[in-house]
Unconditional design. Sequence first.
Length: 206
Amino acid sequence: MAESNQQAPLRIGLTGGIASGKSIVAEMFAGLGVPVIDTDKIAREVVQPGQPSLAEIREHFGEEMIDADGNLDRRAMRELIFSENDARHDLEAILHPRIGAETRRQAESAGGDYQVIVVPLLIGSPLRQFVDRVLVVDCSEDTQIRRLSARDKESPEQARRILRAQASRQDRLAIADDVINNDRSLADVRNQVLDLDRKYRRKARR
């Protein structure tokens, strides 16, 4: 249950594997007037130049994780954390407390009948206790690999390493209260979002 009072909006934790289509689904909810808090966006904000998180990353991981303009070298960092579990845990220890605090701050001020909080790594995250329901965007691993190759120019081997470093599809589905299948068309996904929007508004008004 959400750590909040009775008047708090219903909070939906939106999660899914990489390249499953979380951003598209979040945009559809936003288009219906639903407040969307995206922890990926917050994660990008907390590592901007001048932020304490970036200074900690530089100190812990070294200058090779900082590009020539003083920004986080995201590709280098991603390659590191998806090949070394210890590095991934160390990065999470730096970022997650700050991301969690800012997520809660934004949610408290966002209002709405219900809110969608996008948390790619919801399994194992303290934010799981902050949301009332879990919505998983699901697709096959073949679809994820194809999208990663097209979107990020990842090789199939690197795409598979990334998938292995994340929670499994089965583990995500095991915590789901609701599921959107994103192996089909965008029109089909939109219909699923519309159905869930009606469902969540009914639940929020009870």
